[in-house]
Write a protein that binds this ligand. Structure first.
Ligand code: G4P
Length: 530
């Protein structure tokens, strides 16, 4: 079939079947475990363990770089697709380590929903809050999952209070735990008052047993644990903390579920909730503020570019979120940034380490375009009717290092490597005439980005480097006219970023405030996350 063989109605139906989301959480809240459990339930994989990214576990699906395996953290983003109840679920994986939050922020531009995963014993942690802010800014609806209920933790009502206090969103639990944290017996389904009892299976490696019964049977079986759950649920009812579609989609409320990812408790409910209430792929707003309807000709945008993921596939992969129309492998699309044609001969669906050739994709899906050296993060692609989607913002770097080639005869490789890392958004590359091309400055949101850059320069581009720390911690956007004034200030430097932004770097807040006081007319704007 070619894209023209699909009627607009068929495309709309396919878009309606898609749920594209990411899980945001603080490291260790259980994101990899939940990913694995969701895939297990959708029966993509036979036994839990196959997608888990921790060192020492079996081979991983969503984590792939050697460094990731060594450290047991997830650095690169993978897209996982599976079907559940005739719905196509696209789970976009995000890096687990806080140092890669820049990457995570970008990934969030590709999803229609996020699941905020909270460790029941820890509540809302710093990284969860940062990511939450980005979702809120982007108006992405959020479903909250309280994980690790099998372990002693914070009281359920207290957790609800914390959500209200710290996020401003009203939690509207869909399920309520029966048994305190540490004694997880099952959940009260608040919509119909039934009880789903969970049964452990060996090591949580297979789907947990679930039995649903009415309230009377539940009370007989669980006694006080059941009546407590009912009382607390009634309290929520009094506070009007019930699910409401409109306020959920508007980001004012967050449906909540309780789970134990490691025991596979509550995972079915999460999948059912995705199918039942998560927004399907819908029209995307272009740079001019007009919606690109899902049944318009093909369009998509690059939210991640990655290379060197696997020594068997030494190439460059651009992840594209399909926004409208049908994507068909082999199709020649237009690259909006250059107006040039782009052939998609090598489209693949990426399932962690394994790649499958993909032939057709619909709005909400993610395709990996191989050998995509012309594509940058944020670029739009389209067929027939031109469209550009709003650029994905770059974030304010807080760590800076000068990078130089160790061996001057490798300068060509050095340049190529730097350019590549810059394109991929692995690190921000900052330049000035004064420093020249041989010693650019690298800017990072988290210092671990430097390690990835250094490692890749050496192993992938064959250009060993030295890195030297600079004593700046704050960047502000400035303008050309202000450069001469800033250049006269001590401990201040102005550099160009490759997206054209001029960044003034300061050693610390006090230095910045000093300069602002002395020259109140200078443009020194914070780089905000939008
Ligand atoms: P992350 O991707 O968010 O960083 O978290 P990950 O899934 O790797 O989980 C972090 C730790 O929390 C793991 O333990 C994992 O087994 C555990 N965990 C995840 N979900 C649950 C849960 O529902 N209940 C309990 N009790 N633990 C959970 P670990 O000791 O770091 O690794 P491992 O020894 O289990 O491999």
């Amino acid at each position: 079939m070619t894209p023209t063989d699909f009627s607009p109605k068929e495309i709309r139906t396919q878009a309606q079947r898609r749920r594209t989301f990411a899980v945001i959480s603080h490291p260790d809240a259980g994101k990899s475990t939940l990913t694995e459990a969701l895939a297990l339930h959708a029966r993509v994989i036979g036994q839990a363990g196959a997608t888990h990214g921790k060192a020492g576990r079996r081979s991983t699906v969503s984590d792939w770089m050697k460094m990731e395996q060594d450290r047991g953290i997830s650095i690169s983003s993978a897209a996982l697709q599976f079907e559940y109840r005739d719905t196509v679920i696209n789970l976009i994986d995000t890096p687990g380590h806080a140092d890669f939050s820049e990457d995570t922020y970008r990934v969030l531009s590709s999803v229609d929903l996020t699941i905020m995963l909270v460790d029941a014993a820890k509540g809302l942690e710093t990284q969860t809050m940062k990511l939450f802010d980005v979702c809120k800014h982007r108006e992405i609806p959020i479903i909250t999952v309280i994980n690790k209920w099998d372990r002693p933790g914070i009281d359920a009502l207290e957790l609800m209070d914390e959500i209200v206090q710290r996020t401003g969103m009203v939690p509207t639990p869909l399920t309520w735990p029966v048994g305190q944290s540490g004694d997880f017996r099952g959940v009260l389904n608040r919509e119909d008052g039934t009880y789903t009892k969970f049964t452990r299976t060996d090591g949580g490696a297979t789907i947990a047993g679930e039995e649903t019964m009415d309230a009377e049977a539940a009370e007989e079986l669980e006694g006080d644990a059941w009546t407590n759950a009912v009382d607390e649920s009634d309290l929520l009812e009094l506070e009007d903390q019930n699910y409401d579609e409109e306020s959920f989609l508007a980001g004012h409320t967050t449906p909540v579920m309780f789970a134990s990812a490691v025991l596979n408790f509550g995972v079915h409910k999460i999948l059912d909730t995705l199918v039942d209430i998560a927004p399907p792929a819908h029209a995307r707003i272009d740079v001019d503020g007009n919606p690109r309807e899902v049944d318009a000709p093909f369009s998509g945008f690059v939210f991640k570019v990655q290379a060197g993921m696997d020594s068997n596939h030494r190439d460059r992969l651009a992840y594209v979120r399909v926004c409208s129309g049908v994507f068909e492998r082999g199709m020649v699309v237009t690259h909006a940034a250059t107006g040039k044609p782009f052939a998609t001969k090598y489209a693949q669906q990426v399932f962690g380490r394994d790649r499958e050739v993909i032939d057709t994709a619909f709005p909400g899906d993610v395709v990996g375009l191989v050998n995509a050296s012309a594509l940058r993060v944020g670029d739009s692609l389209y067929l027939d009717e031109p469209v550009s989607f709003p650029p994905i913002p770059s974030f304010s770097p807080e760590h800076f290092m000068v990078i130089r080639a160790k061996d001057s005869s490798k300068y060509k490789q050095f340049r190529r490597g730097i350019e590549q890392l810059d394109h991929e958004g692995v690190i921000q590359v900052l330049r000035s005439d004064l420093r020249g091309d041989q010693a650019p400055v690298l800017g990072a949101v988290g210092p671990m980005q430097f390690e990835v850059a250094e490692d890749r320069m050496q192993n992938e581009f064959n250009a060993p480097c030295t890195l030297e720390r600079l004593a700046y911690t704050i960047a502000r956007r400035t303008v050309q006219e202000d450069i001469p004034t800033l250049a006269r200030e001590r401990s201040v430097e102005v550099l160009h970023r490759s997206d054209g932004t001029l960044l003034a770097l300061f050693s610390d807040r006090w230095r910045l405030q000093g300069v602002e006081r002395e020259h109140p007319n200078l443009t020194l704007e914070p780089l905000v996350v939008t």
